[in-house]
Design a protein around this ligand. Sequence first.
Ligand code: SAM
Length: 463
Amino acid sequence: MIAKTLASLEDVLAEELIALGANDVEIGTRMVSFTGDKALMYKANVHCRTALRILKPIYSFKAENATEVYDALKQLDWEDYLSLDKTFSVDAVVFSHIFTHSKFVAYKVKDAIVDWFNEKYEKRPSVSVTNPDLVFNIHIAHNKCTLSLDSSGESLHKRGYRVAQTEAPLNEVLAAGMILKSGWRGESTFVDPMCGSGTLLIEAAMIALGIPPGIHRQRFGFEKWGDFDKELFSDIYNDDSGSREFRYRIVGSDISPKAIAIAEKNIRNAGLKKYIDLSVQSLQQYSEAPDQKGVLITNPPYGERIKVDELTELYGMIGERLKHLFTGYWAYILSYRKECFDSIGLKHSRRFFLFNGALECEMREYEIFSGKRSEHIVKAEPREREERVAPDHYERNSREGYRRSKSAGDGKSLPQKRSFGDKTKGVKRSYGKDDKFPRQKDEGLGRKKFSLRRSPGKGRERQ
Ligand SMILES: C[S@@+](CC[C@H](N)C(=O)[O-])C[C@H]1O[C@@H](n2cnc3c(N)ncnc32)[C@H](O)[C@@H]1O
């Protein structure tokens, strides 16, 4: 199987898959390949915080042009996957100098499917772009084509808890990836003082409490497959053995009352209100840190709408507040411009290169201590010093049992320059054998059925 992810999150995704019991885990470019059974496929969809989608390859072949793609796909017995009463769509991802238009490839796949059915029944299944029963994914690297069934359907970053959003919310997968890369798993207080719509707060709470990220989703693609095993899925979905106690607080604030109102809606919808403290407050207004020790992760504004001198001032203020109020914390700042980091004025201990949408960003790690750095390092116990010099993620991961692969995902054929486009006791839901859709117990609202909201995925060619 193939788990797709955002650039630079491959290592954390591989760790997540290994923890779920995946075998033959290999890292590629924006993807991790692995082997496992149907149960693992269901688990990967429900549990992986850093996966965008889980693909199940069904046919691999070589093709030099679009006609050869069409001809190869006409050989498949499409009734193994699709029937006349089902709708479908095709996603195409192409890294090849032979095939330059992913949309054209998607058309060819669609034509092969439609013609196959027309020739056999003089009828064809319909295409649905917004709400297909089955999503096929064609991936072409040079001349190597892989057709997969998309077991996720809608991208897994659509967790189902977001009911409102601010101007620049973080992608949920990126937010979870930032937290997992920091190493925080709920063993201290978590702060986001520029929380916007609350994405980092919600993802942090779900990590700390061991709540699977897919618990609020209305549906997964595999639920429409002919071999869908409702009982198996029900067992996986209702298994709360991973839930954990969380003894600390998650604290969010923002200068904007509107942002806090939005964050509150999302947090309530995620059933996490009792774990997260929210306030309208600028970072300048903080007079003390929420706890003696903790982790602070935030993405301050860095968009085009803010002027450079305002940015310099804002990031200067962030550096000053961190140094004077957040002693004992590890802070992680996601930003885009070098000037922003320069203005913080603190020495970072690690850097993580991440993409926020198309922006090539960095998340820098700062250890906040009182006094001078040189004195602090000398005072620290040997073990603390060792931890501070964090190993390179890939080195660490390769010792943990998987390989960085060139063949997986055919990273070698990618262009040089890349462009990237709890279960808590209170929110336990049940997915009974006769339920059409999962049900949620909401805070104070009693049991309710999930509403059927769905919006089409963005940024990919879908036919
Ligand atoms: C890029 S957004 C954060 C988005 C958030 N991570 C999310 O997923 O929705 C930056 C946020 O910083 C807030 N902000 C800007 N200046 C601030 C300040 N001085 N103190 C606190 N918040 C501030 C803005 O109101 C905005 O909500």
